[in-house]
Design a protein around this ligand. Sequence first.
Ligand code: 4AD
Ligand code: MG
Length: 429
Amino acid sequence: MRYYIDELHKYVGETVELKGWVYNTRGSKKIKFLILRDGTGLCQCIFFNGDCEDEAFDKFPELTQETCVKVTGTVKAEPRSPGGYELSAKTFEVIATSQDYPITPKEHGVDFLMNHRHLWLRSKKQHAVMRVRSEIINAIRSFFDDRGFTCTDAPIFTPNACEGTSTLFSTKYFDDKAYLSQSGQLYMEATAAALGKVYCFGPTFRAEKSKTRRHLIEFWMVEPEVAFNDLYDNMELAEQFVEYIVQRTLKNKKHELEILERDISKLEPIKGSFPRLHYSEAAEMIKKENPDFVIGDDFGGTDETIISSQFDKPVFVHHFPTAIKAFYMKEEPEDKQFSLSCDLLATEGYGEIIGGGQREESLQVIESKIKEHDLNLDDFSWYRDLRRYGSFPHSGFGLGIERTVAWICGLNHVRETIPFPRLYGRLHP
Ligand code: 4AD
Ligand code: MG
């Protein structure tokens, strides 16, 4: 029988054996407290002199931080205890010792914690972030699976660029050259023609030499693609999707958001339709507060904050200038200097979490775009087939998991949103 801390409510009055790690200890001559963690929660184990085995009381100092231990005792309901239950401990057995654990309850610098990421994950706040991340991933899959999408994951080794050549990681592929995928989009366009509503969900890579709170070198992205959706259908899908993720996390991960001290009143309004701004409107708003902004340029982090701080819901910016968008973006038929693109900017200055739009479907236009972007037509021969054989209007988007986790958890940097972050200048652990 295996007992877990988060299931102790089932065993009140019974004797159980808990296995886990020492989180903390304190005590006096008469009574000693061990806070045990087992991954499912924290439990206070109380050793009363005279009540527990004498030997357990004497060897209590062996319980140094992160020692792996088995504790036997009786479960008691105790509302003041961390999980609502505690253990009247009888005895314990050390499974493996831990000496001089580097992460102590005192404050540590970020660099130190990042170097010890493999151990840092054992702390309470990191548990909460990982659980929220896991919930968000489940929510993403349920949202699409429940709506009849088929998951058609894209390859990670790819022969061509999707988001420009400047951020590609290249690697040898036997006698050939391959790139690590920047986005699964082009493949989703192919599977959308096969299956209608599809998505992929996996790691993507960008060789971006930027040290910002929003950039990872390796990040996870979910990318839906839908046949016959236009830009506006695309934004509608994105807004229902984001509402679902936020509301489900609020419902299922209340305790974790409390640990993270997240002000959930800022997340509760994330439902219904989100405001939409044409690029030109958004650019005017930015220009008022940032005179250095050049209309026609892409937004920087502070520009996005200027926009998002004016709304209590995420904001769509659509119709970015064609000149600053990828080759596959369809141009606005009424005004070709703008594209049928959309980004979703999260609230509270978190910035872009979604990028997407309607794809160019004409073979002729896509071929001239490929050339204009200095890409090699031959590399895209399979992609051009999609415009040769029953080309179709279609749209999609990509949502970055880590930026979404940072936003929902209220973290100021994406480095804590993924178990082992890859950042510019950091490959270890
Ligand atoms: O805007 P991006 O580059 O769009 C695409 O890759 C499209 N091909 C997606 C599509 O239409 N299927 O990236 C999409 C999202 C961003 O909005 C952001 O959330 C995230 O991916 N993202 C990053 N997250 C962390 N670190 C980075 N370096 C990121 N780059 C993009
Ligand atoms: Mg983008």
